[in-house]
Design a protein around this ligand. Structure first.
Ligand code: TGC
Length: 388
């Protein structure tokens, strides 16, 4: 029987044996390959390229996609994997999201047969890395205002512009770049990063997501063959459909960071004594731990219901906003509160909660800020758009 301290409402009973087996495999990987090194990677601002192939072997790259070497797992299984990976660190879960939910999803759903054959098997195996270029220095929440252009020059496409906050771009083999064509329509382009004119520069001095890479990307006269364009989508619904996948994974992942922080605080409170007794014996500490359990369990239920809707083909983008907004917001609160239980020691890398909280500042901002998701939900509830 699961302990109330670990799984208060016995949420494990809501998952199938196959789902739990997958979850346990990813949890064991995180314990063996991420947790022993994460403080060092985080302090050194090091993304562990060395484990990318292992993530491929684990079957978590493009794991919800079918065919072309992709694992073809369910949405709930993908969510459970995201949760376990983010219990290690948001930077590692972000890599899996960028690779699978963004770059691979774009190619799988909107690419030509040639794109799929060329890129997807290697990306699923972790032999090739992809990135996804939507955000720009002056176009974050409002990607419709992007300035990157794509013009025809004979048979070729020529891309010019700048992208910012692009995960993994400096180590990627291929980039999916969104750009505005001369008739004002946004299209996606599959760009090998070795193409002349493509430059990716890692952003320095980050206080968040330090075990991950985010880049500025410059596109200067990047010449591509006619077949580089994603043939099966035009307009913003292309990148937004990929963002749906990433936002979905985030709602699960955030609960992983929260769980790890709760466990760190609970264990510390049981061991650490002050005033002659364990911290866990004080009423104020118990209240903190109980509040964490409440929101953690509720957040997993939100993610699970969203996942079941997704697997049933009934999930609406507005429902993804519910989970992304709620779960990241509550996860940050849990991580911050967990840090207070650990006191002064909690501001060092010896304990995970402040690292997780700091990472989640990025998570609450990318793939739609709290404000964007609030207004998506506000529009759904009232029928009135309040973005501008
Ligand atoms: P609107 O102009 O009305 O819609 C444009 C078209 O898109 C369709 N659409 C969606 N389709 C699928 N899924 C969704 N979630 C969709 N949302 C909109 C829409 O139906 C329309 O289609 P069509 O056929 O009529 O043209 O746009 P909107 O008013 O619905 O959206 C406004 C707003 C603010 C919600 C939207 O712009 C938004 O979501 N903004 C946030 C953008 C965002 O999340 N950016 C973060 C990107 S992260 C990144 O670039 C870095 S990658 C991560 C990394 O590398 O680490």
């Amino acid at each position: 029987m699961t302990s109330l301290a670990d799984d208060y409402l016995d949420l494990d009973s809501l998952f199938s044996p196959e789902e739990l087996a997958l979850r346990d495999r990813v949890r064991a990987f995180v314990k063996a390959r991420i947790k022993p090194h994460i403080e060092e990677w985080y302090e050194a601002a090091h993304f562990p390229l060395e484990i990318v192939k292992e993530l491929g072997e684990l079957g978590v790259l493009g794991m919800h996609l079918e065919g072309y070497g992709c694992p073809g797992r369910s949405a709930v299984e993908y969510g459970l994997a995201a949760l376990e990976l983010e219990a290690g660190d948001s930077g590692l879960r972000t890599f899996v999201s960028v690779q699978g939910s963004l770059a691979m999803s774009a190619i799988r759903h909107f690419g030509s047969e040639e794109h799929k054959q060329k890129w997807l098997p290697g990306m699923a195996a972790g032999e090739l890395i992809g990135c996804f270029g939507l955000t720009e220095p002056t176009a974050g929440s409002d990607p419709a205002s992007m300035l990157t252009t794509a013009r025809r020059d004979g048979e070729e496409w020529v891309l010019d512009g700048h992208k910012r906050w692009i995960g993994l771009a400096s180590v990627a083999d291929v980039a999916v770049i969104w750009a505005k064509t001369e008739d004002g329509v946004i299209r996606g382009f599959v760009v090998p990063t070795s193409t002349p004119g493509f430059t990716a520069t890692p952003i320095q001095h980050k206080l968040s997501m330090r075990a991950s890479i985010q880049c500025d990307v410059d596109l200067v006269d990047v010449r591509l063959p006619a077949g580089a364009v994603l043939p099966d989508v035009t307009g913003l619904k292309g990148p937004f459909s990929c963002l749906n996948e990433a936002r979905y994974g985030i709602m699960w992942g955030a609960m992983g960071a929260a769980r790890d922080s709760y466990e760190a605080a609970r264990d510390y409170a049981l061991e650490r004594t002050q005033f002659g007794q364990p911290l866990a014996s004080f009423q104020l500490t118990q209240q903190k731990l109980v509040d964490m359990v409440l929101e953690l369990q509720k957040g997993v239920l939100v993610a699970l219901q969203t996942g079941r809707l997704k697997d049933a083909g009934r999930l609406r983008p507005e429902q993804i906003s519910f989970g992304k907004l709620n779960n990241v917001r509550e996860a940050i609160a849990i991580c911050r509160e967990a840090r207070t239980v650990i006191g002064g020691n909690g501001v060092t890398l010896d304990h995970s909660p402040l690292r997780h909280a700091s990472n989640l500042e990025s998570v609450r901002t990318y793939e739609g800020t709290d404000e964007v998701h609030t207004l998506i939900m506000g529009r759904a509830v009232t029928g009135i758009q309040a973005f501008t």
